[in-house]
Unconditional design. Sequence first.
Length: 215
Amino acid sequence: MTFLIKMLCSLSKISHQDVAFQKMIGSKIGHRLDPYLHYVLKKILGEHGNPNYFTLMGFFATLVASLLLLKELWVFAGLAIILSGLFDLFDGVVARKLGKVTAFGSFLDSILDRYSDLLFLLALLIHYLKKEEPGLVILTSFVSMGTVLIPYIRAKAEALQVPCNIGFMERAERIILLSIGTLFQWMEPILWILAILTHFTVLHRIYYVWKKLRS
């Protein structure tokens, strides 16, 4: 086990300075769009927006994207993924700017995000099964594993009182890559990128939590 941790350390080249830098980037960029998005939403909804509605609309947009993918309407599926990503942004903006952050809202958002992630990947899996492409079935399954493990590790780490929002492949990055792959039908190279970077993020977080718990 110690050998594995040392190997991960040497492969990832992670230091405390690297982690701090990543957190700095996340804090600077993460909510930079909030004022602009809030301005647009305020013009449309006033002060009456409900973040849970946007969470639900994001889930249903992903459901539509999955159905469109199964019908091989790739461009429309890609647009639906982008729409789901926008709703995912909106729910956070409404919650923060209107003071509507709640424990249940956070819980609901997390659960529906997991459903959305896996629903679209399931549609891809079915598509490749129908096309009889076993290699891409395995690749999509591998991406699904990494996609599930990234938020699971964060939740488990935070249960141990270790904040763990580091890594290169958070949900926003995955949505962007999947929308590009769908819109331009570049899904196979995008899946390879996701397969590598999601599991790299998993290993990165394991190493980071290990270091934190040792110190």
